[in-house]
Design a protein around this ligand. Structure first.
Ligand code: SF4
Ligand code: SF4
Length: 446
């Protein structure tokens, strides 16, 4: 195993109690984006159309991108660009709900469904999306080489490699967030059910469930995992070890070759425990992915609420359903304190890619300032990707985007450590995100 550079940050050390999830009622409307980092799907519904929860609202004609399914029953009112948590406007389907809680399940076709090909098809059809961004859709990444469609192999030779490691990650992505630790405690059965399914699909040589050292676990969990032919790997509480750029090298001893390369290029498949649980629900019970688990965090009051809501619930509607809603937050961040995006409004849909919303009080705000870098080198010492964040931030600040790209801008994983350690309080991640978006806009236009 390889160790990575990282930080022990408050918030990763504290463990969670088995709080479970609060299931919120079906909202009055949902907004379902059709565009994703992997590509977009085409709408297959029209305004005015009645739809039931679980039915398709968007599909990719090449069946590469997972379909989007209605998360509520009701009527489609609009197909329109809608603001997303990361500041984009994404084509989205808006559904006014009729309050019906039923979800149309995926068809189960008897014994044939336990074959790995059928399980993979079901995973692809369930519309499961992940919080972590990967280069390939879930069903493609999970497929052992003999199940990979031959048409993909010329573009992705890594998919020909047998899977050495299947990594089911139970560590939270960032300090202050406890979604995965809560999911292991609250939905142990679904997690354990997913292990044989995933082993069958990937044909992995070694299956690991990664957890933090001393993480609270269900009773007898290690023995149950071991009886399924898997192992618990206890990892240090260091940030950003739980991100793929940290965990893949830690487990395999090999670094990912490039910023966009998938773990399959080093013979590994990684997914998080909540994705594994959704796979079990789809394969065993036929549940499409129409819900998302979100943690509402209000550090000033020490308040954390884990909720399950229908995908596409607007943040303002979720808050209206919470009995103990955050009071006058000074800042709202969707996606967690280190990796998330600050919001200027609450009409943002919470999707399967959203795991947390943080409400900061005035006293907790970090005031970034337009100060010059003083070359202290703290950011260089702690950057887990071995970059020179100070230099990169200056290049982006003064519009030298190509030079920043050459200096490794796209290797930055936006972990936020350089912002956290910078004594000058420079807006490091904001500058690096700005540089990336400018370069992507230039590439798109050319
Ligand atoms: S945000 Fe990017 S540059 Fe800054 S520490 Fe993380 S990986 Fe390095
Ligand atoms: S931590 Fe801040 S001040 Fe220090 S080198 Fe990095 S950008 Fe400059």
């Amino acid at each position: 195993m390889k160790t990575i550079r990282g930080l022990r940050v408050p918030g990763l050390q504290d463990d969670v109690s088995p709080a479970g999830f609060r299931h919120l009622p079906v909202p009055e409307r949902v907004v379902l984006p059709l565009e994703f980092s992997l590509g977009k799907v085409n709408p297959v519904v029209e305004p005015g159309q009645q739809i039931r929860a679980g039915e398709y609202v968007g599909r990719d004609e090449n069946q590469m991108i997972p379909p989007v399914r209605a998360s509520v029953s009701g009527v489609v009112t609009e197909i329109t660009p809608w603001p997303s948590a990361d500041g984009q406007k994404l084509l989205s389907v808006v559904i006014e709900a009729n309050g019906d809680e039923e979800v149309v399940r995926l068809p189960l076709n008897g014994n044939g469904e336990s074959k790995p090909e059928s399980l993979l098809r079901r995973i692809a059809e369930a519309g499961i999306r992940e919080v972590d961004a990967y280069a390939w859709p879930l069903a493609v990444r999970l497929a052992q080489p003999s199940l990979t469609p031959p048409i993909l192999l010329p573009f992705a030779p890594a998919l020909r490699k047998p899977v050495r490691y299947l990594i089911i990650n139970g560590m939270d992505r960032q300090p202050g967030v406890s979604v995965r630790r809560n999911a292991i405690l609250a939905e142990e059965k679904e997690l354990l059910e997913s292990v044989p399914l995933l082993k069958q699909i990937t044909a992995a040589e070694t299956t690991l469930i990664t957890i933090y050292k001393d993480q609270k676990l269900p009773a007898d969990f290690e023995r149950k995992v071991s009886s399924l032919g898997a192992e618990l790997l206890k990892c240090p509480r260091t940030y950003p070890l739980a991100l793929k750029q940290g965990l893949i090298p830690y487990v395999t001893g090999e670094k990912l070759p490039g910023p966009n390369d998938d773990a399959r290029s080093v013979g590994a498949v990684m997914l998080d425990v909540t994705t594994a649980q959704r796979i079990a629900a789809a394969c065993k019970e036929g549940y499409p992915a129409v819900e998302t688990s979100v943690e509402i965090i209000e550090p000033a009051r020490g308040a954390t609420t884990h909720v399950k809501v229908r995908e596409g619930t607007l943040l303002e509607d979720l808050l209206a359903q919470l009995p103990d809603r955050p009071q006058n937050p000074a800042k709202t961040i969707i996606g967690g304190p280190f990796l998330g995006y600050a919001q200027y409004q609450f009409r943002i849909p919470l999707t399967q890619q959203t795991d947390s919303v943080v409400f900061q009080s005035k006293d907790e705000l970090t005031h970034f300032v337009n100060a010059p870098c003083m070359n202290c080198g703290f950011c260089v010492r702690h950057c887990p990707m071995g970059l020179m964040p100070g230099d990169l931030s200056r290049l982006c600040e003064y519009g030298h985007f190509e030079a920043a790209e050459k200096a490794g801008l796209f290797h930055c994983i936006e972990c936020g450590i350089c912002s956290y350690v910078c004594p000058a309080q420079r807006p490091m991640v904001q500058l690096l995100r700005f540089g990336k978006s400018e370069m992507l806009a230039v590439q798109e236009a050319s």
